[in-house]
Design a protein around this ligand. Structure first.
Ligand code: ADP
Ligand code: ZN
Length: 217
């Protein structure tokens, strides 16, 4: 089963993707994570995209489609793929459709996580992640434990993303509405879209996603 998690920055795509990886043995393909990894390892591409990402704009379709193609070729997923933060443009959606056809795979379901802008700003400016395992924390709803150790892996190195600030967030939201939100109509027309309330609790969102997936199995 191959699915897309679609939604604005801060909708909770990464959090839900991590749950699905644990529970269903799926492989998470996050272009945001791939691009951040390229920056950390200092590749030429990583250096090229750094300023674009910090500003909150989209990197080129060519780069992200290339990253996804490479992963699909190398990373065979028994439980299927979760596309997280990809596709973000109609050109990316078309490219993904072609890549899946070439592999003899289907897209089973597109989950749209609906949230309002107000909530996004609050979530994102309060967000940090464990540098070792990627566990996501939130100053208000899931603070870093008092002993300063990650509940998931015990590491004590927490990071805030350079683009998790009010200015970049405004640009990321604009990019979402202008370039990505047309995908909601695109997948609706294909009959693949399921919308869930992203403002519900983490567990309730997970339950809604699980029932959407069951109906597509
Ligand atoms: P968000 O929390 O905003 O959903 P991501 O971690 O998915 O963040 O992406 C962070 C940044 O990486 C984006 O703002 C954009 O610059 C770049 N990026 C990630 N995925 C894509 C994509 N599919 N197309 C273009 N740019 C992307
Ligand atoms: Zn951790």
């Amino acid at each position: 089963m191959n699915i897309i998690l679609l939604g604005p920055p801060g909708a909770g795509k990464g959090t839900q993707a991590r749950k699905l990886v644990e529970e269903r043995n799926m492989v998470q393909l996050s272009t945001g994570d791939m691009l951040r990894a390229a920056r950390t390892s200092g590749t030429e591409m990583g250096q090229k995209v750094a300023a674009v990402m910090d500003r909150g704009d989209l990197v080129t379709d060519e780069i992200v489609i290339g990253l996804i193609r490479e992963q699909l070729e190398s990373d065979k997923a028994g439980g299927g793929y979760i596309f997280d933060g990809f596709p973000r443009t109609l050109a990316q959606a078309d490219a993904l459709g072609r890549l899946l056809v070439d592999m003899g795979e289907n897209l089973d379901c597109v989950i749209e996580m609906q949230v309002d802008d107000e909530a996004l700003v609050g979530r994102i400016t309060a967000r940090s992640t464990c540098g070792a395992c990627g566990e996501v924390y939130n100053d208000n709803t899931k603070p870093i434990p008092a002993d300063g150790k990650c509940t998931n892996c015990g590491a004590s190195d927490f990071q805030r993303r350079a683009d998790d600030n009010a200015d970049s967030l405004r640009t990321r939201l604009m990019a979402y509405y202008k370039q990505t939100s047309p995908l909601v109509g695109y997948y609706y027309a294909k009959g693949d879209l399921v919308s869930v309330d992203g403002l519900a609790s983490m567990d309730d969102v997970a339950t809604s996603i699980a029932s959407a997936l069951r109906q597509n199995e």
